[in-house]
Ligand binder design. Structure first.
Ligand code: PGA
Length: 236
């Protein structure tokens, strides 16, 4: 894993975007994208640039089950407001939170991923080491599926909701097997509260208890950190 440490998340986000630009210059057509606080500075860099994304396809990692795309807590809404409304893409895929049949929806999404192999996948990491909504214990070979959120993740995401009871209990998430098929992976993490998960991901054993640790086995991962998130790494 290639680890890069920056003074702050603005610089880190700009660097992540530089890698995406390089990838696009070298023919990348499909971006795997993530939501949450972490990728916001990278999306700002994309929006502030003069780069044209209208030939690009995006595939998002996850969506809350039961959440309408118009709901401002949905990941579809997040992506529209942070990126797609400002920088149009050729096509954008996010799981459909309102799908009637979860099995059909996960099949549909797996076909989307199979039909559009991901060139560059952007990831955040949970305090518990999750990637997407692949919580501790998730199988390393899974495809997209409906998953229950752990209490740790519900607590972490409650900050975005008025009431903790409003946080959805299930999500559709791309599986770790699908994530690992991406040609290149950029994992971003900022802040002291990610330092433990980052340390375990990079320096700990590869274990389902820390889903992100599987990234040690991927041939092309760049980990993009601020100083606080890097603070528990033994090698500086
Ligand atoms: P965050 O979430 O970017 O909001 O910290 C990351 C994650 O849980 O994967």
């Amino acid at each position: 894993m290639d680890v890069k440490v920056f003074d702050n998340d603005t610089e880190a986000g700009k660097y992540a975007f530089e890698l995406i630009k390089q990838g696009m210059d070298n023919g990348a057509k499909v971006l795997g994208l993530a939501t949450g606080s972490t990728p916001v500075t990278m999306y700002q860099a994309m929006v502030n640039s003069d780069v044209d994304f209208s030939n690009m396809t995006s595939i998002n990692l996850d969506e809350y089950v039961g959440m309408s795309p118009d709901n401002d807590q949905s990941y579809r809404y997040f992506m529209q407001s942070h990126l797609f409304d400002k920088k149009p893409f050729k096509e954008t895929f996010v799981p459909n939170g309102l799908a009637k049949d979860p099995e059909e929806e996960t099949k549909r999404y797996n076909k989307v991923i199979a039909d559009h192999p991901i060139d560059i996948q952007v990831l955040g990491i949970g305090r518990n080491g999750h990637i997407g909504f692949n919580e501790p214990g998730s199988p390393f070979d899974a495809e997209t599926r409906k998953v229950p959120l752990t209490q740790n993740t519900i607590d972490a995401n409650a900050r975005f909701f008025e009431n903790k009871d409003d946080v959805p209990r299930y999500a559709y998430s791309m599986g770790i097997g699908s994530i690992m098929k991406s040609k290149k992976i950029l994992l971003l993490a900022f802040g002291e509260n990610k330092a433990d998960a980052v340390q375990k991901m990079i320096e700990g054993p590869v274990t389902n208890d820390v889903p992100a640790s599987i990234l040690q086995k991927h041939p092309d991962v760049v980990v993009i950190l601020d100083k606080a998130a890097a603070s528990k790494l033994s090698k500086k």
